[in-house]
Design a protein around this ligand. Sequence first.
Ligand code: SAM
Length: 282
Amino acid sequence: MKKKAVWVDEVYQGIVRTSFKLKKRLFRGKSPFQEVEVVETAGHGRLLLIDGMTMVSERDEFVYHEMIAHPALFLHPKPLRVLVIGGGDGGTVREVLRHKSVERCVLVEIDGLVVEASRKYIPQTAAALSDKRVTVRTEDGVKFVAETNEKFDVVIVDSTEPFGPAKELFGRSFYKNVKRLLTEDGIVVSQAGSPFYEIATIRNLFKIMRPIFPVVEVSLFTNLTYPGGLWAFTVATKGLHPVRDFVPARVKTSKLKLSWYNAEIHAGSFACPNFLKKEIGV
Ligand code: SAM
């Protein structure tokens, strides 16, 4: 008799469900912050879930991690020191380290269980965490930015959605502290959610960041495994404009073998659809 297929479901905002055909459950653990799972799927490789929400799939993580890292790292004239907050799966750090100018990358991930599970089950993203340029700190990113005196050229907030431990990563004092840590041409990129389902998150980030940073833009990209497919990052800087000050030739001369990001995608990702322009008042 044919075995009945088993599915892993992500129920999102109680109104949409994404199912992934399950091959094998590899890990499930509970930390003081959240439930962490890794499963083997039939069509998307290994999947990291946090509290039942899809975080990373081996099949499409390259898009998210190239788009969270490269627009800022090619915009900045010479990124040497990068801070990644969240990002315990290691994918963002992996893309940051591909830039030869980067001498130091600090990852501040509140939940050690995410790093441990990713190192064990998703080396595709987590292997980068063993690079000698990387320092992994298991602590709250909100506390880290409030207390450190270290300076960074780029800060990347690769966090979960604005609830639980991530809530204050979407707050005013956090971004005031981030600005204090940024060097002269500093850039901060933040995971901002779905322009369809989480417009309030994007609107709120703009409201908070506009009085703090002279330049605040939204960058859009597609994400196979996230609800609705279209996803957003906000990009705020101390002066550089992500399109006007971007030098496309730098991508070519870098000779980086990228699978999604290129100079045209860079410029195009900052083109904002009218409904979003209206919502964020651009
Ligand atoms: N790509 C995913 C997304 O778009 O939702 C995010 C990936 S990464 C796994 C998100 C990480 O943010 C989680 O591992 C979570 O533990 C971490 N995180 C949440 N709040 C945090 C905080 N206050 N400080 C540091 N890390 C935090």
